[in-house]
Write a protein that binds this ligand. Structure first.
Ligand SMILES: *Cc1c(COP(=O)(O)O)cnc(C)c1O
Length: 379
């Protein structure tokens, strides 16, 4: 028997979450963001669940090729655009749309030989200072691109730095709106947080020319995998998102502790009374964060309890006394849910575990280790 750890992908949940993004931006088309191997879920594993998307957005050619190999003929967008001249050949061959965020990319396009002109997304740096042309240089870039025979349609794009927080998107929206006011082309602005927290429809946008966060193309990533973009302010349940992945394993041993006994490396946890401990086949080499402290929530037989002691490479230890106190007898072979959905339907949000580790759901899902077998749930 293989080691019992497993990740299960839930296509129905992905489908549901995508529909939630659509509901938040009913007039927009939706890019399903599948960079980083679909945020660790596996592009091949999420494809069915997300095929109702209007397009797939990602970063590298290998992943674009895999989406095409799955039979997807619709739009694919490269979010960082091309890295060198010959990438443009691949864009032509695979029919990829690509972001243009710097002059070097326009230089490359100008020397590219292609029969079919390219659809590009011209990116503005509206304040995040990562990728894109500054507001002062944006229109010159647009004019230069527009004059190239290699370029077909130009869409207008920016990315928000604070859509999940108190600063919000207003300043960046105002900059973007002002600079692009009379430029033609579709717009793409919103990530998950902006889509859910600032759900302006295109109808509102036509009344308020400065407000079109949801217009044309939204770009939800983490939300479609069922993680809240602004936890703990809102949980996944608050946003009506369902876990796209369950990480589960089993108890492979139990220990009875006396008061004063400790558990695991560094003896970080010391029992203050007799208690029962379960040893779970999951550790940091599976992608479970080593920094998760005693108290990190975990489900045993669908009952909430806590991690105790230090996470080691292949194992963690959990408090089974709390499970028996809830009237559930758990022991060797019992189901453990690290995050996601237990067999009895109880949920443990990946965001809760991430929060315990001082990070975000994004990082945990992306860090799922290659040694963990992944299965796609039957729908
Ligand atoms: C990753 C990414 C997104 C998706 O962000 P989420 O916070 O996961 O929704 C959207 N747009 C761009 C440009 C990205 O790189």
């Amino acid at each position: 028997m293989p080691r019992p750890i497993q990740a299960t992908i839930h296509p129905e949940a992905l489908h549901h979450n995508l529909a939630r993004a659509r509901q938040a931006a009913p007039d927009a088309r939706v890019w399903a963001i599948v960079k980083a191997n679909a945020y660790g879920h596996g592009i091949e594993h999420v494809f069915e669940g997300l095929r109702a998307a209007d397009g797939f957005a990602l970063l590298d050619f290998e992943e674009a090729r895999r989406v095409r190999a799955l039979g997807w003929r619709g739009p694919i967008l490269l979010l960082e655009g091309v890295f060198e001249l010959r990438d443009l050949e691949l864009c032509s061959r695979l029919d990829l749309w690509h972001t243009v965020h710097c002059n070097e990319q326009i230089d490359m396009l100008a020397t590219h030989k292609t029969h079919a002109p390219h659809r590009v997304f011209l990116k503005m740096n509206s304040g995040m200072n990562r990728l894109g042309f500054t507001p002062q240089r944006y229109r010159a870039a647009w004019t230069r691109l527009n004059a190239l025979p290699q370029v077909d349609e130009i869409s207008l794009m920016t990315h928000f730095s604070d859509a999940d927080g108190t600063r919000g998107i207003a300043e960046q929206m105002a900059v973007f709106a002002q600079v692009t006011r009379d430029l033609p082309g579709e717009r793409s602005l919103s990530n998950s947080a902006a889509t859910l927290r600032h759900p302006l429809t295109s109808t509102q946008a036509s009344n308020h020319p400065d407000s079109f966060a949801s217009s044309d193309w939204v770009r939800p990533g983490v939300a479609i995998y069922g993680s809240s973009p602004d936890f703990p302010e809102h949980s996944a349940q608050d946003w009506d998102l369902q876990p796209g992945m369950t990480l589960s394993s089993k108890i492979i041993a139990t220990q009875e502790l006396e008061a004063g006994d400790s558990v695991g490396y560094g003896s970080l946890f010391v029992a203050d009374k007799p208690m029962r401990i379960g040893v779970v086949a999951c550790g940091y080499a599976d992608g479970y964060p080593r920094v998760c402290p005693t108290g990190t929530p975990i489900l045993v037989s669908g009952t909430r309890t806590r991690v105790v002691g230090r996470v080691s490479m292949d194992m963690i230890t959990v408090d089974l006394s709390a499970v028996s106190a809830a009237g559930i007898q758990a022991g060797f072979g019992s189901e453990v849910t690290l995050w996601g959905r237990a067999a009895n339907g109880t949920m443990l949000g990946i965001d809760e575990v991430a929060h315990s580790a001082g990070t975000v759901g994004y990082e945990l899902m992306c860090a799922l280790a290659a040694r963990v077998p992944v299965v796609v749930a039957e729908s």
